[in-house]
Design a binder for this molecule. Structure first.
Ligand code: MRU
Length: 352
């Protein structure tokens, strides 16, 4: 049995009753500062600026953003609240384009408003709390389902940060890794540094260190050589959007890891709650991939590292085709070798 209290040391998002406290992920691991968002626009700004990041965490933050916007309204009925909150929800939705969890959380908040009768404000609070609670439960369940696929004695490689910092707690891919270490299936954890924002170097290895799980950092460019060594049996990553045919949008660099995994006979696991599955989008080709400022690539921590006048292209996600994925682990079961038919079958059997 896993001692979950061991993994509950880091929280990205905390609603205080009147404000949203966000652990400032731009400053980790050297400072644990909190950004206090007092209104919905501060939440949208924090999502845009990567104060809070990771697909489930931005959905949760957005839900609390709607709560803050609702609490700021005067004495209005549910219909008036719905009309007044639409522009705020649109601003939250526009904060980042790729992770579908944002739109999913806002849809749930809208539905909570639509229920007739009762106290609409209380419903918004309850819904945001439920989104957060369900995410933590999903992560714990996925941890078991994913770890069960890993043969004892394996090394694993992960990319980006998919832990408590990116979710309500425990994590998606990092949850599987935590469960796999606790169940003694995983011997060694390798983490890609995840250029350019360094989610792996700054967040993942730090988060694992809080749990006493040793992890070894590698340069992104060392991944194929590591796989060539033969000890890594699984690459375990999260997702920002999984489309109806099983394509997976995730942090830039995931696609090249999946290609390298296929070449070396290493298995490739994607771990994501059902809130990340977007059956309305047919394939990865239709996903909007966020392009961020060239500056994120041209320097680090305010220090320019590249000569002036150099152009840079900075897509922060890519799409891994379903055919490179061995398993998608959700809280509603595992989809092995995903394709459109298996995704539809999963949907029919587990989601309805
Ligand atoms: O740009 P980020 O840091 O928000 O990107 C995060 C990722 O790509 C994660 O792998 C994904 O959101 C899953 S987090 C559980």
């Amino acid at each position: 049995m896993i001692d979950y209290s061991r993994y509950d040391r880091v929280r990205a998002v905390a609603f205080t009753g009147s404000t949203l406290e966000l652990l400032d992920q731009r400053r980790l691991p050297f400072a644990q500062d909190t950004v206090v968002a007092r209104d919905v626009d501060a939440v949208a700004q924090a999502i845009r600026d990567l104060v809070v990041r990771g697909a489930p965490a931005i959905g949760i933050a957005a839900a609390w953003g709607v709560v803050l916007a609702g609490d700021a309204l005067g004495d209005v009925d549910a219909d008036a609240a719905r009309t007044a909150l639409e522009p705020a929800m649109a601003r939250l939705n526009a904060a980042r384009p790729t992770a579908v969890n944002l739109a999913w959380a806002l849809r749930r908040m809208r539905r909570a408003l639509d229920i007739a009768g009762g106290d609409w404000r209380a419903r918004l609070h309850a819904e945001a709390r439920a989104i957060e609670r369900e995410d933590l439960a999903a992560n714990r369940h996925m941890g078991h389902l994913g770890a069960a696929l890993i043969e004892p004695g394996s090394d694993v490689l992960t990319h980006c940060n998919t832990g408590s910092l990116a979710t309500a707690g425990f994590g998606t891919a990092l949850g599987v890794i935590r469960a796999g270490v606790a169940e003694r299936r995983i011997d060694n954890v390798y983490a890609c540094e995840t250029r350019p924002w360094l989610q792996g170097a700054r967040l993942t290895v730090w988060e694992l260190q809080q749990d006493g799980i040793p992890a070894t950092l590698i340069a992104d460019s060392a991944a194929s050589y590591l796989l060539h060594g033969g000890r890594v049996k699984w690459i375990v990553v999260g997702a920002d959007r999984i489309t109806a045919n099983g394509d997976v949008a995730n942090k830039i660099g995931t696609y090249q890891l999946a290609i390298a995994a296929k070449y070396h006979g290493v298995k490739f696991m994607v771990v994501a709650p059902s809130s990340t599955v977007d059956m309305d989008t047919a394939s990865g080709a239709q996903i909007e991939i966020e392009l961020r400022e060239a500056n994120e690539l041209l320097g680090y921590a305010g220090q320019r590292t590249v000569a002036e006048g150099i152009a840079a292209w900075n897509p922060v996600f890519d799409v891994t085709p379903a055919e490179l994925v061995d398993a998608i682990v959700t809280e509603r079961g595992v989809i092995h070798r995903p394709d459109a038919a298996r995704m539809a079958e999963w949907m029919r059997a587990h989601v309805g």
